[in-house]
Design a protein around this ligand. Structure first.
Ligand code: GLV
Ligand code: GLV
Length: 326
């Protein structure tokens, strides 16, 4: 009999089809994981789960008696309660490394779009307003090149962003992380500094740290007030690292100039969210890593991690080694 697995939200089709040859795979899209009877039935039988943003806590694990591995199709794993998973002997895995340049491209795109007001000016042209308005300083944006780029969270993705800023745009790089990264200092002349200094001195503040208890609500009123009034703030990590109401206030009060957001506290963000009514806010729907090429690579890596876990082998990208019992 084929082992049962659950695919959740996002597994690229060719990868899912391949998995279906070896496993009895059920696919669920944004299922109510607490109440959907079909999901809960599948969960009781599943030995593995592969997918995106499945909220995993002790409650869910209590239904999952056969589960060995949860393979995230993402580098972030704030959706997983790793302590509870380790207690239940369930391994968790993620997909680092294959998405760094893709996310960095997206973050740089958002950064330039916010600085040069590209989405706003695109609407200006398409709505026929160019016909009746002179192009003047009501439409001008700000330079990117030679401005100071501050990166909070200098992991692989942070470094890919630093590389673009340093080599492509002659930007001095400041960074703040838990521990200094000598390789980034050598490669991009990146300068390690306190969060306060980074906020005070950066023209672009780019938040890339993973969501953890330490980074939840990391950027709020005080931090926005420390930033330059000309600063542009970019969030490419997870929504809850920022206190969103404080960001709204900071933009309204001109404590900062603009923001670029790929992530929100609640996703999908509600259409009447105040951030969506601000022309100086550039948004994308949490899509930083999602290109055709890279989603396929992430799904392939996640499938490899899943199969290792199901076969009793140690997955390459195991994130809770405490659950490894073989
Ligand atoms: C995307 O946000 C990821 O964590 O891969
Ligand atoms: C992001 O900062 C990462 O760790 O890749």
């Amino acid at each position: 009999m084929k082992k049962k697995i659950i695919a959740y939200n996002r597994v690229e089709k060719p990868v899912l089809e391949k998995l279906q040859q070896s496993y009895d795979a059920r696919f669920f899209q944004n299922a109510d994981t607490k109440h959907d009877p079909a999901f809960l039935t599948a969960l009781r039988e599943a030995e593995g789960i592969i997918g995106l943003d499945l909220p995993v806590d002790a409650d869910l694990l209590a239904h999952a008696h056969k589960l060995k591995v949860i393979s995230n199709v993402s580098v972030g794993y704030d959706n997983l309660d790793l302590d509870a998973m380790s207690r239940h002997g369930v391994m968790g895995t993620n997909t680092p490394g294959v998405l760094d340049d893709t996310v960095a491209d997206a973050i740089f795109g958002i950064l330039i779009a916010a600085a040069r007001r590209i989405p706003e000016l695109d609407q200006f042209v398409k709505n026929g307003k160019w016909q009746s308005a002179a192009i003047d300083n009501d439409h001008f944006g700000h330079n990117v090149h030679h401005k100071t780029l501050g990166i909070i969270g200098m992991g692989r993705i942070g470094k890919a962003i630093a590389k673009r800023g340093y080599f492509g745009f002659d930007m001095p790089i400041l960074y703040h992380t838990r521990s200094p990264k000598p390789d980034a200092e050598e490669a991009f002349a990146a300068e390690y500094c306190s969060l306060e200094t980074l906020l005070q001195e950066s023209d672009f503040v780019c938040l890339m740290a993973p969501l953890t208890p330490e980074t939840e609500g990391l950027i709020g009123k005080r931090e926005f007030q420390l930033m330059k009034s000309s600063a542009i703030f970019i969030n490419g990590s997870r929504g809850p690292t920022v206190i969103e109401q404080d960001l709204v206030d900071a933009l309204k009060n001109n404590d900062i100039t603009a923001a670029g957001l790929d992530v929100f506290s609640q996703e999908p963000v509600e259409p009447d969210h105040p951030l969506l009514n601000m022309t100086q806010v550039v948004t994308t729907p949490h899509i930083g890593s999602s290109t055709h090429e890279t989603e396929e690579k992430m799904s392939e890596l996640a499938a490899k991690n899943l199969e290792s876990g199901l076969n009793g082998e140690k997955p390459v990208n195991l994130i809770n080694p405490e659950a490894w019992k073989f």
